[in-house]
Design a binder for this molecule. Structure first.
Ligand SMILES: *Cc1c(COP(=O)(O)O)cnc(C)c1O
Length: 227
């Protein structure tokens, strides 16, 4: 078995084991393969194993890959930082975007997406601990942004995304996941239809799964260390 195939099966097994451990079905956990800074051949190898969803952070790099990879059933997720001057390309070339944190960006994505007639799937990034250095809206800003996006015709708000500080203890990171789940539940009580919690990376996927993640974003564990 190739290294990529071995890693892929290991990650699938880890998802299954983590789900079983906390009484969930692994079917409710989607694996997003984060291929940033990895070559097209690695994406092709992963695709050949049955993987369809890929996440990219850097727009120019991603556009080259999207162009080169011809399979029309690949689902591309933009998981990087969103900037105003990139919203057009993101809206036109991706199926999902995970890091919305500004109403202005959401409106721009909506406008540029109109031509495709198929809504962009979106998550709002939440900065649970509120540190100034981190991306995402605060818990206090979340309802307003969620309501704004839910009224846009060409964006379908699917849920929330977060990234705990990897330098904090595991219990604190777990508490961040719990809090994100509660934020989603609150928005649902207010009438929004949400089905996605984008949380969990190579180092913290087990806790994220036990706290209700529906989509884990895995790079290193699938493709090996990035240069
Ligand atoms: C790079 C990245 C990941 C994957 O991280 P790994 O630790 O390599 O699994 C997940 N989410 C986002 C937003 C990233 O930028």
């Amino acid at each position: 078995m190739s290294e990529i195939s071995e890693r892929y099966h290991q990650v699938r097994q880890q998802i299954q084991a983590a789900a079983e451990q906390c009484g969930r079905s692994p079917d409710g956990i989607e694996l997003l393969a984060v291929s940033k800074r990895k070559p097209i051949e690695d994406i092709e190898a992963m695709y050949a194993l049955g993987q369809k969803a890929f996440g990219e952070n850097y727009l120019q790099e991603a556009l080259l890959k999207i162009k080169a990879i011809q399979h029309n059933d690949v689902i591309w997720h933009f998981i990087g930082h969103i900037q105003s001057n990139k919203t057009k390309e993101i809206a036109l070339h991706f199926d999902w975007v995970h890091g919305i944190e500004k109403a202005k960006h959401a409106s721009q994505l909506d406008k540029h997406r109109a031509i495709l007639g198929k809504p962009l799937q979106a998550c709002i990034q939440v900065n649970i601990t509120g540190e100034a250095s981190k991306g995402g809206v605060t818990i206090e800003q979340l309802p307003e942004l969620a309501n704004h996006i839910s009224q846009l015709e060409n964006i379908q708000l699917r849920g929330l995304m977060t990234m705990p500080d990897p330098n904090t203890p595991a219990e604190e990171q777990k508490a961040v996941f719990t809090r994100l789940r509660e934020c989603k539940e609150q928005l649902q009580q207010q009438g929004l239809t949400l089905d996605t919690l984008s949380m969990g990376m190579s180092g913290d996927m087990n806790d994220a799964i036990c706290e209700g993640s529906t989509m884990i974003r895995i790079g290193t564990a699938l493709f090996g260390k990035r240069e």
